[in-house]
Design a protein around this ligand. Structure first.
Ligand SMILES: Nc1ncnc2c1ncn2[C@@H]1O[C@H](COP(=O)(O)OP(=O)(O)O)[C@@H](O)[C@H]1O
Ligand SMILES: [Mg+2]
Length: 251
């Protein structure tokens, strides 16, 4: 289980996460919803220990994830192999000369022997349909292929926790469907951020909504939230223009 206890975070004095308390259990599929700038990426980066909150605590299976704790090499190795974050922008993740090396990178970093690296890389390249591209440089791939490669780079670790930051942003409708199936087949915990209300129900069964004030506005079933016009308005997810009544947009 992972838990945030009264977590707040600011950048240069500007509050972007306000007093967030939440627990997520193994196997849960959670959607993190909020308008641009509401703090979704910041929250996922904290859960991935890329940085630490100004206030409050982050507990990973009961252990506090702090700068000090991550100096312990065995904890760091365990944490880095179990918790994987897909960045919002796939280009920032890809820097290796070939698709094979890209898939192998984190396994090599974690000290796996080359035999095991090869086995995992080929297995996940096949699942993701990347075998035909295995020798190509990642920058040559299309946007959707890059997104698939980034996701495969996480799956080679066979993690317990997947943190996905707007993963469907670069996928076409068919690949989005394929991705949603993959997500539900995964047995571990998944937290997926999106600002796309129309996908929320397919990406998870539990919804966390960050409000415009950067606090946790809602934690509960996806369906209940979609019926609550007042909360939708408060989250900035419902709006009015052109003289029409309040309505939703799918992006
Ligand atoms: N490294 C940073 N330095 C300063 N401000 C930042 C930084 N990263 C994000 N922000 C700001 O924090 C707010 C929340 O950003 P973010 O977590 O990326 O939100 P979201 O992912 O929901 O769009 C935004 O106003 C953004 O401009
Ligand atoms: Mg973001």
């Amino acid at each position: 289980m992972i838990e945030l206890r009264e977590v707040s975070h600011s950048y240069e004095g500007k509050l972007v996460l306000k007093d967030i308390s939440v627990r997520v259990g193994m196997g849960e599929k959670v959607v993190l919803l909020g308008i641009n700038g509401s703090g979704k990426t910041t929250l996922l980066k904290i859960l991935n220990a890329l940085f630490f909150p100004d206030r409050g605590k982050y507990l990973y299976f009961g252990e506090e994830v702090s700068k000090k704790r991550l100096r312990d090499r065995s904890f760091k190795r365990r944490f880095r192999s179990e918790v994987a974050l897909l960045f919002q922008n796939p280009d920032v993740m890809l820097f290796n000369p070939t698709v094979y090396d890209e898939l192998a990178f984190s396994l090599r970093q974690l000290g796996y022997d080359e035999g095991k690296v090869r086995e995992r890389v080929l297995l996940w390249a096949e699942v993701f349909g990347l075998l035909p591209h295995i020798k190509r440089p990642p920058f040559e791939l299309s946007g959707g292929e890059k997104q698939k490669l980034c996701l495969a780079c996480l799956m080679v670790l066979e993690p317990k926790v997947l943190l996905l930051d707007e993963p469907t942003a670069h996928l076409d409708p068919r690949t989005t469907g394929w991705f949603i199936d993959l997500l539900w087949e995964f047995k571990g915990m998944v937290i997926t951020s999106t600002h796309n209300l129309s996908l929320a129900e397919e990406l998870g069964s539990r919804l966390l909504v960050l409000g415009e004030d950067h606090g946790l506005l809602y934690d509960g079933p996806v369906k209940e939230f979609l019926k609550d016009k007042e909360k939708l308005l408060k989250a900035g997810l419902l709006h009015r223009h052109g003289g029409k009544d309040y309505h939703l947009h799918s992006f």
